[in-house]
Design a protein around this ligand. Structure first.
Ligand SMILES: [Zn+2]
Length: 239
């Protein structure tokens, strides 16, 4: 299965977000490169999900983070160990499949999603290679190989995967309806606030801005990455 073109450009969007954040920090007289993630318990704790769903997301995010950091560590020494970009992509994919396989079935949707995610993480890192080298020469840890970046990716990914897995499960359990729930705070993007509490048939698509989505983070119908990055919305399934 090939996902549609606009999928998973959120690591790129994270870059833009990181730049915006850095600009803001600079204006306040602080210099900081990169985006500072919210701790997992706080990030997932604010979502409108059950406590056990929250625990699952935290555990999944921690596992993804571990694998991403492993790859970042590899990246830092890749010249010494002569590992290619393609090998790193393959390694990351295997590791991500492993994380999901421990929990649930890796179907075509999840596989396509993880493949694209791994490619994108490595490609973005590659693009930032000069910056990484420069940071290294100054003896500072680069944002592009940092725990902050790994956490940001992992928060987003845990939601993408869990939202899909919950949707798949709800369908197989015979749920017929779903309700889109935002966090109801001022950070909710307008296009999501507009559909707060909206109920739909389980197979129906939510119209989110100009995108069509079955659930928050759904990329099946080519949703705009702007509707996905850092989205903390959830679906509640109903009989
Ligand atoms: Zn949202």
């Amino acid at each position: 299965m090939k996902l549609q073109t606009t999928t998973l450009d959120f690591d790129e969007l994270n870059e833009l977000d990181a730049e915006k954040q850095a600009e803001k920090a600079e204006k306040r007289g602080k210099t900081r490169v990169g985006y500072v993630p919210i701790p997992y318990r706080e990030f997932f704790g604010k979502m409108h999900i059950e406590p056990e769903q929250m625990e699952e997301r935290i555990a999944l995010a921690q596992d993804i983070e571990r694998e991403v950091l492993f790859i970042f560590a590899y990246w830092a020494i890749r010249d010494d160990i002569e590992v290619s970009t393609e090998q790193l992509k393959a390694e990351l994919k295997e590791r991500l499949y492993g994380v999901i396989t421990e929990r649930t079935k890796v179907d075509d949707y999840i596989k396509a999603h993880l493949d694209e995610l791994a490619d994108q993480i490595i490609d973005t890192t590659e693009k930032r290679n000069e910056e990484i080298a420069q940071d290294e020469s100054m003896g500072i840890q680069s944002y592009w190989l940092s725990t902050d970046r790994a956490m940001l990716i992992s928060e987003n990914e845990a939601n993408s995967i869990e939202n899909y897995v919950e949707y798949r499960q709800a369908k197989s359990q015979g749920f017929t309806h779903k309700r889109w729930l935002t966090e109801l705070d001022n950070k909710v993007r307008d296009t999501h606030a507009e559909i707060e509490g909206k109920v739909a048939d389980i197979d129906e698509l939510f119209r989110v801005g100009t995108s069509l989505m079955r659930f928050p983070h759904d990329v099946e119908y080519g949703a705009d990455p702007e509707e996905i990055i850092n989205c903390r919305c959830a679906c509640r399934y109903e009989p």
